[in-house]
Design a protein around this ligand. Structure first.
Ligand SMILES: Cc1ncc(COP(=O)(O)O)c(C=O)c1O
Length: 402
């Protein structure tokens, strides 16, 4: 048997096929129509924000959200190192100074105690991830950031289905950014994203940014008097007497419009969320029970009352040699192990900007010495889960016997 990380993080079935068929058969526009409207409405109700605006990926959600912040060269942005590169990638070209803030050893979320030392009057924004779907300590982080006038952006790519003190990630700070990539908790046909927030001025701005940021400008009628004005405002005449419509590009916009078919699938997927999250949680609880039976281990658990989304199942074996033995044994047993994520401040593009080893010792120790990620997703059958649990028990016994 082989237990792998999923090529799809969610279940896709007949209901999604029917949703796409309905869009195609309906004959309505394939973009900017009722399905996007409905998906956004349901998403904002789910997350609990005034606005939820869809885009074409989680990366684009982060890019467009960061544009809303109007960062200026020389501003400082504090970022978690325990994430996929897309979180900080949009910052590479903005001329801002990036500071990596270390994480807590047990949650791998941004550590408020470290953040308190890094914040300064130059800090324009804090950019964090709810790592693996475990909510960060948002109340502390937001109140620290507020004291310095900094905005807080939540990368919620892993956190759909999680809950923090009764509220949903994406509603806990200034802006939330979601990914609907095929590997995530829900997908909009492989790619997609959402930006959530409460500010009406940001809604207006983002709506422009995601649709080429154009203004339609009607110039005054420039020709001699006609008995009748041209019927269509953009009509052009041979003698060059015309009313002219010009399209004025205000600022660098893009086309990040989610298609109607993708949005229709998103609605169905959102309906599957609760069941899928409960399934992930049930698998994680069985794995945690095994891990808890062994010395030198730590589980990755939400604080009491909070809910983990388990986009990733993570635990720690605090002994480099034992972890090595465990990973080899799991591989032989057919269980895929991945380590997520290589500390971001150590990748070449951030090293080239002066970041390096020692800046975030907790994130470094976790990846190099302790962390283990195992498959945990709704596509696992009961037999798969039984096998995974027993393989983990046997392999941990072998690793910890040494
Ligand atoms: C933490 C995090 N942020 C952002 C992204 C980017 O999302 P997308 O793949 O939809 O662009 C990912 C994707 O894996 C992610 O894991």
């Amino acid at each position: 048997m082989r237990i792998s990380f999923p090529t799809r993080g969610t279940i896709l079935g007949e209901a999604e096929i029917d949703a796409v068929a309905e869009v195609i058969r309906g004959g309505e526009p394939l973009t900017q129509g009722i399905w996007r409207e409905r998906f956004e409405q349901q998403f904002r109700e789910y997350v609990g924000t005034r606005y939820a605006m869809s885009v074409t990926s989680g990366t684009v959600a982060l890019e467009t959200a960061l544009r809303l912040l109007e960062l200026r060269p020389g501003d400082e942005v504090i970022v978690t190192p325990q994430t996929f590169q897309a979180t900080a990638q949009p910052l590479l070209d903005l001329g801002v100074d990036v500071v990596f803030c270390d994480v807590e050893p047990d949650t791998l979320d941004m550590d408020p105690a470290v953040l308190a030392q890094l914040l300064s009057d130059r800090t324009a924004a804090v950019l964090l991830v709810h790592y693996g779907g475990l909510p960060a300590r948002m109340d502390e982080i937001v109140s620290l950031a507020r004291r310095h006038g900094a905005l807080v952006v939540e990368d919620c790519a892993h956190a759909l289905g999680a809950r923090y003190r009764g509220r949903r990630p994406g509603s806990l700070a200034d802006i939330g950014c979601f990914s609907f990539h095929g590997s995530k908790g829900i997908t909009t046909l492989g790619e997609g994203g959402m930006v959530t927030f409460d500010r009406p001025d940001w809604a207006e701005r983002l709506d422009r940014v995601r649709s080429n940021d154009t203004d339609y400008e009607f110039l005054p009628y420039a020709g001699p008097e006609h008995a009748e004005p041209p019927l269509l405002p953009w009509m052009r005449y041979a003698d060059e007497v015309y009313r002219h419509t010009c399209t004025r590009v205000r600022r660098a916009g893009t086309n990040a419009t989610m298609s109607e078919a993708a949005a229709a699938v998103g609605i169905v997927q959102l309906g599957r969320m609760t069941a899928a999250t409960l399934r992930r949680r049930a698998v994680a609880e069985r794995l945690d029970a095994v891990v808890g039976d062994f010395a030198h281990t730590r589980t990755h658990r939400a604080a009491p009352g909070d809910e983990h989304a388990y986009h990733l199942y993570t635990f720690f074996l605090d002994d480099t040699n034992r972890r090595e033995t465990l990973v080899r044994a799991l591989d032989r047993a057919g269980v895929e192990v991945q380590l997520r994520y290589f500390p971001l401040h150590l990748v070449p593009e951030w090293r080239a900007r002066g970041h390096g080893r020692g800046a975030c010792p907790v994130a470094e120790r976790s990846w190099f010495e302790a962390q283990v990620n195992l498959p945990c997703h709704p596509g696992l059958t009961d037999d798969d889960v039984d096998y995974l649990v027993e393989a983990l028990r046997a392999c941990l016994a072998q690793a910890c016997a040494s």
